[in-house]
Ligand binder design. Structure first.
Ligand SMILES: *Cc1c(COP(=O)(O)O)cnc(C)c1O
Length: 371
């Protein structure tokens, strides 16, 4: 065996996305102790940078030391108690995982379902909230990576608050790709991932909690069943003036990478980053149309960073082979369809550092040749 040396690949699937060399460089800097004063300074800067990315003043904003799925579990494990009713919107794979989380926390999931490829229906949610007055939390996925759909998070939060509910929002794929306005929208708990539009290695999950969410957690009657994800314990590590107590050992060099990628985001500016995703999405769409390919999602609900391409019937028998050829001969990774959309769509990501003219060209040229 030798050292592992993968060749460069253009990652245009549902994540991970390609990473700016500045971020990879940051990761290779000397390790320091996780309670070293310099590291604590870094933690404080990461929290401030995350508040910018999330557009929030929430004090409880930090990266969970594990991938996006752990951010999801952090939200549900802390906010849901046995017996609690939670309204879960399902319009793709990740809404289904929210339901699973509610059940595992001992909660009761009330489900609003919409067809894959369409956004969460506000009318159905309003009806369900009226029909189920005991619902305490509304949970939804802002950007469904399995379909490429963006739902109206602001309108959903307004409905939730009108019915006295808290909100849990999955913004793993939306953060830094399209507007995510935690405070303006009144979102109570949100989680994201490092490897999508933030363009950092996978393994960290930025989360943020409102004062209302923290109050809700304080009033719990039962202990949080997860020790690792219990916010009251984690926060002694991630905050506190002066003394910080050991909770777990943070993935130190991964935090260097997150810090650098968030710094890049702040240097570019959120608005510029959103506009860049939109520009390259439009270029990709125009090129795909020239190849005779169209998108699954209606224009009003499309995510620029996750393009679901309908596979023409004639190509369906060869769809897996086409992806294999793209990877083997063009070092290009695109995503397959998931669940109900397996074999029906390809998912082409333009996430973070990967939302570039170069990637759009690489993808269109490779597809043209292979098709
Ligand atoms: C990728 C993703 C997740 C899970 O993140 P991991 O880092 O893979 O655990 C959750 N929700 C959505 C919408 C995602 O796209």
């Amino acid at each position: 065996m030798n050292s592992f040396n993968p060749n460069f690949k253009t990652l245009m699937g549902p994540g991970p996305s390609n990473i700016d060399p500045r971020v990879l460089g940051a990761m290779s800097r000397p390790i320091i102790g996780h309670l070293d004063p310099q590291f604590i300074e870094l933690m404080d800067e990461i929290k401030a940078l995350l508040r910018y990315a999330y557009q929030t003043e929430n004090a409880l904003t930090f990266p969970v030391s594990a991938p996006g799925s752990a951010g999801m579990e952090t939200c549900f494990a802390n906010l849901v108690e046995p017996g609690d009713e939670v309204l879960v919107c399902i319009n793709g794979v990740f809404g289904g995982r929210m339901k699973e989380n509610v059940i595992r926390c001992g909660g009761e999931a009330v489900i609003v379902e919409d067809a894959w490829g369409t956004p969460v229906s506000l009318d159905k949610v309003e009806e369900a909230l009226k029909a189920n007055p005991d619902v305490k939390i509304l949970a939804f996925v802002h950007a469904e990576t399995s379909t490429g759909v963006c739902s109206d998070a602001e309108a959903l939060a307004i409905l939730a608050h009108a019915h006295g509910c808290l909100t849990i929002m999955d913004c793993v794929t939306s953060l830094a790709g399209v507007p995510v306005m935690i405070d303006d929208w009144g979102i109570d708990a949100a989680y994201s991932g490092s490897q999508k539009c933030i363009s950092c290695p996978p393994g960290l999950s930025p989360v943020t909690f409102s004062e209302r969410a923290i109050e809700h957690i304080r009033k719990r009657n039962t202990p949080i069943q997860s020790w690792f994800l219990d916010l009251s314990l984690v926060m002694d590590y991630w905050s506190g003036d002066g003394a910080r107590s050991y909770h777990h050992t943070a993935p130190i060099n991964a935090m260097y990478a997150l810090h650098e990628s968030l710094l890049l985001l702040r240097e570019e500016g959120l608005e510029a980053a959103w506009a860049r995703h939109q520009t390259h999405h439009e270029a990709l769409k125009a090129g795909l149309e020239k190849l005779g390919l169209s998108l699954l999602v209606e224009p009003a609900h499309r995510l620029p960073q996750m393009n679901s391409v309908l596979i023409p019937d004639a190509l369906k028998p060869r769809e897996a082979e086409i992806r294999k050829t793209l990877l083997a001969e063009h070092n290009l990774e695109i995503g397959a369809g998931l669940g109900a959309l397996a074999g029906q769509i390809w998912r082409i990501g333009l996430m973070g550092f990967g939302a570039s003219e170069e990637n759009v060209r690489t993808c269109l040229n490779a597809l043209e040749e292979v098709l």
